[in-house]
Write a protein that binds this ligand. Structure first.
Ligand code: FEO
Length: 382
């Protein structure tokens, strides 16, 4: 597949994977993207996951025709892209490997060699000329690992963006946004400051296409994707709305959560509700970063909070959850302490506003609880 006259796609589609990074459910697999730029010199952009060497190297051979690669540019050392570097160097022994110093240090760990005879070490602003195509490297530490570089081709105005702007899934008809958000928040969400710094550097570039290492090549309305990344990186709510995340043992906390959900939707408020024990936790995490308000509803359990809620809040706080309004619903048949514990955990986050109406269910929802939930719905609808 041609991306431009000189840039060809040689990536692969992984439909057999169940959990990306052993953690994130993927409903329709994932792409490991790779590209070839053919000019006076030939550059290959990254490899693919280990299991796909044969398919990828065949794609590469087909794209090369009678040429051989002069360079393998390694933008990111996570094995979904780097696993076949050693095999590539065995297949094309004359090719140089272009990467950051940190990437070569990682090569030594992964492959037992840092390719000393073939190394071209690049850093911020360094260039590599292929003929017409002049490549400029942009360092992007922690987007997603410390060694990451992005590559800008000023001839075709293509930004090779490493993991940035990627998404889960291989369905061409699926909208980019939801699975790109779940991917971003899950994988890079903690590193908003570094993503913001990268976006500042990229702002000066004229870009006609973004070639990520996952998901589709982006070529229309690029401002839309960049604006979404700026929103997520700044921990700014993307949408006014309420996420309700609950755990429930015998259904009583669920009743309270659903009662609130119904009251909110009756008022025309956009709301989503998740049973944390029975959902993809990372969908709920992504939606907590999407919406402006989150309601946490859980039971007291072993003098703590229910395990799935503990896990959910930990996933939020480790990703710098901030700039949100939160509300607390607790349930406890004798010494209810879930709200106090949740509050302590969330107080550690930046710029969190707690709703005035906090609800304590004592075993089952009472009429008094309903009045309090009505008041909470009113408060959250403002
Ligand atoms: Fe797609 Fe961070 O690797």
């Amino acid at each position: 597949m041609n991306i431009t006259k000189d840039i060809k796609y040689i990536g692969v589609k992984d439909l057999s994977i169940d959990l990306f990074e052993g953690l994130y459910k993927v409903k329709s697999g994932i792409f490991y993207n790779s590209y070839v730029i053919t000019d006076e010199k030939v550059a290959v952009m990254d490899t693919v996951e280990a299991r796909f060497f044969d398919e990828w190297s065949n794609n590469l051979k087909e794209a090369l025709g009678d040429r051989t690669p002069d360079y393998l540019i390694v933008q990111h050392m996570e094995p979904d892209h780097s696993a076949n570097i050693l095999k590539f160097t065995q297949l094309y022994p004359e090719a140089k490997v272009v990467a950051s110093a940190k990437a070569f240090a990682m090569c030594k760990n992964f492959f037992g060699t840092d390719f000393a005879e073939k190394q071209i070490v690049v850093g911020e602003g360094d260039t590599l000329n292929l003929g017409n195509h002049n490549l400029t490297f942009i360092t992007a530490p922690m987007v997603h690992w410390p060694e990451v570089i992005l590559t800008y081709d000023s001839f075709d105005k293509v930004l090779f963006s490493a993991d940035a702007f990627g998404k889960f899934g291989t369905d061409d008809n699926e909208d980019w946004l939801d699975e790109a958000r779940r991917y971003y928040i899950g994988i890079v969400g903690k590193y908003g400051a570094q993503v913001s710094a990268l976006l500042k550097k990229a702002a000066g570039l004229e870009i006609s296409k973004i070639c990520s290492l996952h998901g589709p090549v982006l070529s229309d309305n690029l401002g839309y994707y960049i604006e979404k990344y700026a929103t997520w990186a700044g921990y700014t709510p993307e949408k006014d709305g309420v996420l309700i995340a609950y755990t429930s043992i015998y259904g009583n906390t669920k009743n309270a959560a659903r009662y609130l959900y119904d009251k909110l939707t009756e008022k025309g408020i956009e709301a989503k509700i998740y049973d944390l024990a029975r959902t993809d936790m990372y969908e709920a995490v992504a939606d907590a970063f999407k919406y402006s308000k989150t309601v946490f509803a859980t039971t007291t359990y072993n003098a703590d909070i229910f395990p799935y809620m503990r896990e959910f809040i930990a996933k939020l706080t480790e990703r710098n959850f901030s700039n949100r309004t939160v509300a607390l619903i607790e349930n406890g048949s004798w010494a209810a302490m879930a709200a106090k514990i949740m509050r302590q955990k969330l107080e550690a986050c930046k710029n969190i506003t707690f709703a005035e109406n906090q609800v304590t269910v004592m075993s089952a929802m009472s009429d008094d609880n309903k009045l309090k939930l009505d008041a909470l719905a009113e408060e959250l609808s403002k």
